[in-house]
Design a protein around this ligand. Structure first.
Ligand SMILES: *Cc1c(COP(=O)(O)O)cnc(C)c1O
Length: 410
């Protein structure tokens, strides 16, 4: 029999828009021993996770819990549960992930209307209102931080508009939650979905979701309890059943509620991971965390500019947790990324579709969002650009970033 080496991953500085470095506290929590899923110690952890999640989402929603899947699965869970076949959904798409919402919704049998915008821009709320005036929609589904383009869609006014037109607003905050302001209640979001491997800084494998009472009612009307565990009180609702058993909001609610009705087996170690990651956020406070990401973003962009690079997109709406640089004329983005990884152990990202080969994306998320990482990346990127024949101003980038940090300490 062939022998296999024990895993021994190389140390990496992860400056991509996910996955990013997990907080070491999270990794330690994951090595704790396994508890049974109905052990009161474990269900207490689940309850605490819900409480801390409400803090991070800035919501009072009762239905705020985890789904054992990545963020994409979280999106699919909420969309499949809230949207019935035949429902009309408006999707303002301004990058790759907007189109992902459309793909998921089409498979739910929804009737999709896409509003499209050039990648690197965001929507004016008036465009959403104009579309809602023309036709009536059950929901608007939208991305908050469009990781593929580094753009962040302001949502405050859109929430107001959706409420006025009686449409739900379902938001993907996968890339922003825990790194930039996401105010579920104040912004009137009907549902919000996130993941763990971005600004939450845990490994991927869990989705954080929250939704309001309007969606809870829809779920109630679609509820079907499995025959083998059904009681006389579990009568079927009057709307079409949710077409997924695993990603069934109704059964997930029962599992996360005091009823603890058996569904899947909660992913024990991921539960530990998210619990610890959320504890880190509560300790740091959202306010300090957002300020940390903003400062590191300011230093990063100052450094990139001082090097002579240009930043992609509408800068007024750039995410503080992702920065995209235009690949300089004649330079090979793949070679630049490869050299950064192979020579320096630093990973940054390319993009997708129309932006593939045009921009490089730098993440500044969660535990990876550190002064040390920003300075090391700028120094390394400068050297790599130079070795790839790009004319950059040398010796300027790190210095410009250090000026930003020094100013902040004054
Ligand atoms: C990363 C990302 C996703 C997909 O997340 P997975 O955890 O890989 O499933 C969805 N939406 C946005 C905006 C993202 O940045």
């Amino acid at each position: 029999m062939k022998t296999y080496k024990q895993i021994n991953p190389s140390p990496r500085t992860l400056m991509t828009p996910g996955p990013v470095e997990a907080d070491p506290r999270v990794l330690r929590a994951m090595s704790a021993h396994i508890l049974g899923q109905f052990d009161p110690e474990f269900t207490e952890l689940m309850n605490e996770t819900m409480e801390m999640e409400r803090y991070v989402f800035q919501t009072k929603n009762k239905q705020t819990y985890l789904v054992d899947t990545t963020s994409r699965g979280g999106l699919e869970t909420v969309l499949t549960g809230a949207i019935c076949p035949g429902d009309k959904v408006l999707i303002p798409a301004f990058g790759r992930f907007g189109y992902l919402l459309a793909e998921i919704l089409e498979r739910c049998g929804a009737k999709i209307t896409l509003l499209e915008r050039e990648w690197g821009t965001v929507f004016d709320p008036q465009e959403i209102e104009d579309a809602l005036k023309k036709d009536s929609y059950k929901a608007v589904a939208c991305i908050h931080g469009e990781t593929s383009t580094s753009m962040m869609q302001p949502l405050e006014e859109i929430g107001e508009i959706c409420e006025r037109y009686g449409a739900l607003l379902i938001v993907d905050a996968v890339a922003t939650l825990g790194g930039a302001e996401v105010k579920v209640d104040d912004w009137k979001l009907s549902a919000c979905i996130s993941g763990t491997q971005k600004c939450i800084s845990a490994p991927s494998g869990s989705a954080l979701i929250t939704y309001n009472e309007k969606i809870e009612e829809i779920v109630k009307a679609r509820k079907r309890v499995e025959k083998g565990i059904r009681t006389a009180d579990d009568v079927a609702g009057n709307l079409a059943a949710i077409p997924s058993n695993y990603l069934d909001l109704g059964q997930l609610e029962d599992y996360w509620s005091p009823r603890r009705l058996n569904h899947h087996t909660e992913a024990t170690s991921m539960q530990y991971a998210v619990h610890e990651a959320l504890r880190c956020i509560v300790e740091e406070t959202l306010e300090a965390r957002f300020a940390r990401h903003k400062l590191n973003d300011k230093a990063l962009t100052a450094g990139l500019r001082a090097m002579g690079l240009t930043i992609f997109g509408d800068l007024e709406h750039k995410m503080p947790v992702v920065t995209a640089i235009n690949i300089p004329e004649g330079a090979d983005g793949k070679a630049i990324r490869g050299m950064l990884l192979n020579e320096f152990g630093i990973e940054i990202a390319t993009s997708f579709g129309p932006l593939d080969g045009k921009i490089l994306r730098i993440g500044n998320m969660g535990y990876s969002s550190q002064k040390r990482n920003i300075l090391i990346l700028l120094g390394a990127l400068e050297a790599v650009m130079k070795r790839n024949g790009v004319k950059v101003s040398t010796g300027e980038a790190v210095n410009a970033a250090m000026d930003v940090y020094a100013d902040a300490e004054k």
